[in-house]
Write a protein that binds this ligand. Sequence first.
Ligand SMILES: Nc1nc2c(c(=O)[nH]1)N[C@H]1C(S)=C(S)[C@@H](COP(=O)(O)OP(=O)(O)OC[C@H]3O[C@@H](n4cnc5c(=O)[nH]c(N)nc54)[C@H](O)[C@@H]3O)O[C@H]1N2
Ligand SMILES: Nc1nc2c(c(=O)[nH]1)N[C@H]1C(S)=C(S)[C@@H](COP(=O)(O)OP(=O)(O)OC[C@H]3O[C@@H](n4cnc5c(=O)[nH]c(N)nc54)[C@H](O)[C@@H]3O)O[C@H]1N2
Ligand SMILES: [Mo]
Length: 781
Amino acid sequence: MGVPAVLHALQIANEQMGLKRSAETLLRVNQKDGFDCPGCAWPEEDKRHVAEFCENGAKAVAEEATVRRVGPEFFAAHSIEDLRQGDDWWLGQQGRLTHPMVLDEGATHYRPISWDAALEMIADELRSLSHPDEAVFYTSGRTSNEAAFLYQLLVRGLGTNNLPDCSNMCHESSGSALTETIGIGKGTVSIEDIHEADLLIVAGQNPGTNHPRMLSALEKAKQRGARIIAVNPLPEAGLMRFENPQTPRGVAFGGTKLADRFVQIRSGGDQALFHAIGKHLLEAQDRDGDVLDTAFISAHTSGFESYRRQMADAQWSQLEEATGLGEQELRAIGDEVRASKATIVCWAMGLTQHKHSVPTLRDVVNVLLLQGNIGRPGAGVCPVRGHSNVQGDRTVGIYEKPADAFLDALDREFSFAAPRAHGFDTVAAIRAMRDGKVRFFMGMGGNFVSATPDTAVVEAGMAHVGLTVHVSTKLNRSHVITGSRALILPTLGRTDRDRRGGREQRVTVEDSMGAVHASRGRLAPPSDDMLSEVAIIARLCALVFGGGSSPQDAPAAHDGDHERTLPEHGTVESEGLDAAGLHDPANVPQADWAALEADYALIRSHIERVIPGFEDYESRIQKGRTFFLPNGPRDERRFATVDGKARFTVNPLEYPHIPAGRVLLQTLRSHDQYNTTVYGKDDRYRGIHGGRRVVLVNADDIRELGFAEGEIVDLVSEWTDADGSLQERRAESFRIVSYDTPRQNAAAYYPETNVLVPLESVADISGTPTSKSVIVRLEHR
Ligand SMILES: Nc1nc2c(c(=O)[nH]1)N[C@H]1C(S)=C(S)[C@@H](COP(=O)(O)OP(=O)(O)OC[C@H]3O[C@@H](n4cnc5c(=O)[nH]c(N)nc54)[C@H](O)[C@@H]3O)O[C@H]1N2
Ligand SMILES: Nc1nc2c(c(=O)[nH]1)N[C@H]1C(S)=C(S)[C@@H](COP(=O)(O)OP(=O)(O)OC[C@H]3O[C@@H](n4cnc5c(=O)[nH]c(N)nc54)[C@H](O)[C@@H]3O)O[C@H]1N2
Ligand SMILES: [Mo]
């Protein structure tokens, strides 16, 4: 970040934390034995700078480490109706939640409740369900491995796989495409690969805002001679020019030019771009014969011939229309790929949140396979994850479609039988809520109501739920759009010291590149009455499954002996839920829950026994160490697909068809927000100030459609339902900003525009809402 960025970050930090706390806290971000930055999932560099933080990491930390508090007095002073009037920014600005609160049926205000009574209320509600599938358990991606593992165990112990998570709205399309084609739902590169790449294609991603530390890695790659291609409808500032305050040059000379080539693609045209590159490489191979890695293709892949035939038939005119780029430019990009000895494709939401995202990403893989660009240094796929532990949560079992092998291992470890039937993902959970089939909702972090599509449907659906429970650090809209009754359970964040069982606990997280490391907060928690996520879930497990001693007389921490004996399986007295036959009381996970709460290392030892790759977990995270989870494609070109090969796939070309007089709206992040948490109302990198209700439109479209720059308009989305009926959704009062974007491609911020995203508009296969592809018309007010 440049000087203005440093100043802006420090200003926010100072407002939220004061100077002393800011300095103490920011210096601990991503340092060995410090805490993991809650900002994003980009990995740390090996040699950490004194200040390995970025502007937006600093803002994320300041939001959490704020000295502002939301306690019982706050809730006494503000009715639910009042709170509903506040926007996401106002709600978040009020400070950290400090006390468990309950909203009784028909009440106007939240009132304080004890932890015991709150947890008892949850257990009672769960007991009253007629089937465990009436309960939904959401997870956001900040939850630690330890908490997430216990949480999925709680849920499966209850008898359901209803574990939707933020990933369903985020990189699910990446997971779907990669699992099928290369046998692992994750990226295949390390930070060293980024440094060593010859060519980096950054598509559908705005790292300057959302993954600022990635820019340092790109800069390093560039210094070693790499070329960078940015593929985006918008000329995103950070990608075009980068100012690194950690090098004297960055500060003094106003930054380096980062992207060597900016490909201003039409929204949703990426599949066509990769078809064009593939076609060009195959033609060059036919002509010159030295383009493809034929040894790799024959030894490690399947399906090449069908792919080759499909590319031979691809029509340049169609590829041009889909991308908005001429054949010459497309071929020039193809030549850059051809010339590269090691290519990495990085991507984020611009590629995952379209109807045809899974085929698009399969075609990314096709192009990389042609030159053997998977499983060798400086090459591979790099889906850049969002939330700081979203990848780890999935690794430890937060998934509505768990693999049998995982469940088998879980069954063995905890002496019970986990349910096999798949559960609800995020969109399926909303449909079930809408249809009145959900009676209990729990959110482990996140802001379900604001983050999900079709806000009006979600809000109405929530009202059908009997009890909604949120484990949260900050106030958000999900606390004020509730079921008949609601609980807020305040919890510790990454920066907070977590003392349990008489000792300071650590948690672990996995970054975007599959590296696992410990995180330990240092700040005094916002109040004395707070429980960690782990403690909340462990106590719930004890309540609903029985077994183990009660938390109050939890044994003191182990003193470094990892040999502590677990209770013998099956001997613990079980008081499992049974009232309404919720599940078989004899079939509940067996563990000493109080011991797990008192010593997170014991949870890690369970993880180690259930999930491959965590061997020697405890010793490999000591002293700030990091270890890599196994990655077949990267480590040994091993592909765990149906045929044991990396798979070329044939994907018919798709791209959006935008009716005349309409624009395709993408909903994206400003420079001053973290998902639904709004830090401020500016977007400095895009030159937008003083308000978030703006819509960025091409100047020619503004004129042709009969509007004026600066005019306030309504946005109306148009969606034709399966039965052919036209549905409209409206978001009022957006200011038109003339912007450098392709014709008929517009942009506006999330979550204000989530009302426009139809619940039924999801990506094929992955089910991800199409947040980057909403047909909209502008209307004069
Ligand atoms: N400061 C900050 N950091 C964050 C977050 C945050 O909100 N704030 N959120 C975190 C999370 S959960 C995530 S998932 C990531 C999100 O990181 P990003 O994916 O970078 O976030 P978006 O703002 O959704 O940006 C999408 C980008 O894709 C481009 N795009 C849109 N449609 C297309 C298309 O069809 N083709 C191409 N090629 N490009 C397209 C947009 O112009 C934009 O540059 O960031 C994480 N980090
Ligand atoms: N239209 C549109 N919709 C989108 C997107 C889009 O691009 N466009 N992006 C999608 C994406 S990529 C994502 S990942 C989702 C994000 O969806 P979510 O993850 O559900 O949303 P966040 O805004 O990140 O959640 C913020 C809340 O998390 C809580 N929190 C923060 N830290 C912690 C913690 O350590 N522990 C606990 N228990 N709680 C904590 C705070 O109370 C805060 O209010 O939104 C999706 N929705
Ligand atoms: Mo995300």
